[in-house]
Design a protein around this ligand. Structure first.
Ligand code: COA
Length: 386
């Protein structure tokens, strides 16, 4: 019998050449390029194309891809009408999962997936990728208006992906610094090897389900607080703590009760997540641009990190990506329940790169199990049971 490893810890689930993590050194690279360099020098559009095609695009390739994304931002008004029927109190991740799943009915195009050979049709894969990535941002931004009872602004094709997202989300001209920060956040969240949601991409893709079903499955997986949902939880935790002076008691109580400190710990990293380091610097940069006043939320967060490290570093538990992203989004004026949906917008790039990779060498996922139930036994008629 093969050994069962809970959570498949350390078990390779696939071969992939999209991204790589060195968990001891705290390094993350997409297609070999360290994320710090991509965050400083690239754009979300270019990074997405890098992940899809495996190489940095030429100027012409990037221009073509960018134009196609800009042209695909609009959604049919039926989708807006559908979203208007959702309860305004609904969580944005449930809204997003439902709306993305519905795209499969409004924009069918999965006919090639009935033929396994056609799965290598790169045109089809590129088209679906562009359409989904373009519309993910539109849907999240539209919801911000629809749930408040307003008509959302139309997408603008004269803006970059990050600029257009902020414009549609807030309804105002995007501030250049905020647009740059959003672009960097999208890059940093775009991909992360075989995490839980990407694993669900592989499983769903391996059945030749439509890419909309693939991404809807991944959105559901990302929503959990042990995965992408942690960024919202971090902000709620900081609000609950209230001030740096209350941190130590709060953390010690949590740990004594065997509860989780949100935004801490990672299966792969045994040091601080490199994305958390970058995001922390972005928070500092944003606050500096506003005069560098002391920010109680950030001060509380830094104290949570310090005390958590003191208590948990021996277990290899340090701040992860979700620790500082929530603070950053909060400072950008984004409501906490939208944080994970924005994560999903960014991660759609990595998910679709993995969808493409899975289709290129597909075999349906069908693992085995270790049965721990009753041995074979005979059915007992209801009148004889006690
Ligand atoms: N708070 C307190 N203790 C934590 C912790 C956290 N956030 N993360 C890990 N630990 C502890 C575990 O209790 C365990 O202790 P033990 O060995 O005494 O039992 C040890 O560290 C190993 O953790 P484990 O739960 O086995 O790690 P995992 O790889 O299965 O889980 C996470 C990884 C991410 C699910 C986990 O660290 C976690 O729940 N983090 C908080 C949620 C979060 O921020 N998620 C976003 C990830 S990007």
């Amino acid at each position: 019998m093969s050994e069962y490893l809970p959570g498949l810890a350390g078990v390779p689930a696939t071969q992939s050449n999209i991204s790589d993590i060195d968990g001891e050194k705290g390094i993350l690279a997409y297609r070999g390029y360290p994320i710090e360099q991509l965050a400083e020098k690239s754009t979300f559009e270019e990074t997405t194309l890098l992940m899809l095609d495996g190489k940095l695009p030429t100027a012409q390739e990037l221009e073509d891809f960018d134009q196609r994304i800009r042209a695909s931002r609009r959604t049919q008004y039926h989708i807006r009408d559908l979203m208007k029927t959702f309860p305004p109190s609904g969580h944005p991740m449930e809204m997003l999962q439902t709306a993305v799943a519905s795209l499969g009915m409004f924009y069918p195009g999965n006919e090639c997936l009935t033929d396994a050979d056609a799965c290598e049709d790169l045109n089809y894969i590129h088209n679906m990728t562009v359409e989904i990535i373009a519309r993910m941002a539109t849907i999240v931004a539209m919801w911000e208006h629809l749930r408040r009872g307003y008509e959302p602004p139309e997408p603008r094709s004269d803006l970059s992906y990050a600029e257009n997202f902020l414009y549609m989300f807030t309804g105002t001209e995007p501030d250049p610094l905020l647009a740059k920060i959003m672009d960097v956040c999208l890059i940093l969240h775009a991909e992360h090897t075989i995490n839980a949601s990407t694993f669900s991409v592989l499983v769903t893709a391996s059945t030749l389900a439509s890419p909309y079903s693939v991404i809807a499955a991944a959105i559901g997986t990302l929503s959990g607080p042990l995965h992408g949902g942690a960024n919202q939880k971090v902000l709620e935790m900081l609000a609950e703590i209230g001030s740096p002076a209350k941190v130590e008691k709060y953390i010690d109580n949590k740990l004594a009760n065997k509860e989780i400190i949100w935004g801490m710990g990672h299966r792969e990293y045994k040091t601080k997540d490199p994305r958390a380091k970058f995001l922390e610097k972005l928070v500092d940069k944003l606050l500096e641009s506003r005069g560098g006043n002391v920010n109680p939320l950030l001060e509380t967060a830094k104290e949570v990190e310090r005390i958590s490290e003191d208590r948990l570093a021996h277990k290899g538990v340090y701040a992860n990506v979700d620790f500082y992203s929530g603070i950053l989004y909060h400072e950008m004026g984004i409501p906490a329940d939208q944080f994970t949906a924005i994560f999903a917008v960014a991660r759609s790039a990595g998910w679709l790169a993995h969808w493409r990779e899975q289709l290129g060498d597909n075999r349906i996922f069908r693992p085995t199990q270790v049965y721990t139930g009753e041995p074979s036994r005979d059915y007992v008629p209801i009148e004889l049971r006690n």
